[in-house]
Design a protein around this ligand. Structure first.
Ligand SMILES: [Ca+2]
Ligand SMILES: [Ca+2]
Length: 192
């Protein structure tokens, strides 16, 4: 009796497997819509794929058709024929108020200071600031150590400034999708 039951279960399972494979055949027979082919690059995020293993199928940016890329922008890459120029950075606490370009506007009232982080990249300035009470400490992300000297291919940098592709480096220097203002690591694609 027990043996008979096991036989039935095995038969039922193999029947199920057949109908499943028939369904899968039907699905893969349709050429017009995105379908899983069980491989990375088929446009479907399934199986063992995730945004680490297969960003082209699984990354949310990809799904939304965003232009943000999956790898560091080319100006951080050593390309033959491009001389890399290292960024420079300084941070300070200043009694002055600044405009968004980093020009001083007026003296702050007593008891206030502006925490400043200024990064020079290929002749451009990335200026970040926050006004705090003099007794407080500047936020850590405005410390120069958050934008350590980084080699940049200025030709690629300048080209992206014109084309704004894959992003506008003056707004998002590392092209990680987080603006320079909001990015604690503005020169590090892997951290945001
Ligand atoms: Ca960024
Ligand atoms: Ca970053």
């Amino acid at each position: 009796m027990k043996k008979y039951l096991i036989m039935m279960v095995v038969l039922a399972l193999s029947g199920l497997a057949c109908s499943l494979s028939a369904v899968i055949d039907t699905l893969t027979g349709d050429e017009t819509t995105a379908k899983s082919e069980g491989r990375c690059g088929d446009g479907v995020c399934d199986g063992p794929e995730n945004d680490q293993l297969c960003p082209q199928d699984c990354s949310p940016e990809q799904a939304q058709g965003s232009s943000s890329s999956q790898s560091p922008p080319e100006w951080f890459t050593q390309v033959e024929g491009c001389t890399m120029q290292e960024t420079s950075v300084r941070s300070e606490g200043s009694p002055w108020a600044f405009d968004s370009q980093g020009y001083t506007t007026e003296l702050l009232s007593d008891g206030q200071i502006t925490c400043v982080l200024e990064i020079q990249v290929c002749g451009d300035t990335i200026f970040k600031q926050q006004v705090i009470d003099a007794g407080d400490e500047c936020p850590a992300c405005l410390h120069y150590s958050y934008a350590p000297p980084t080699p940049v291919c200025c030709a690629a940098w300048d080209e992206a400034k014109q084309s704004r592709s894959p992003c506008d480096p003056l707004q998002d220097a590392d092209c990680d999708g987080v603006s320079n203002d909001d990015d604690p690591y503005p020169l590090d694609f892997s951290q945001r």
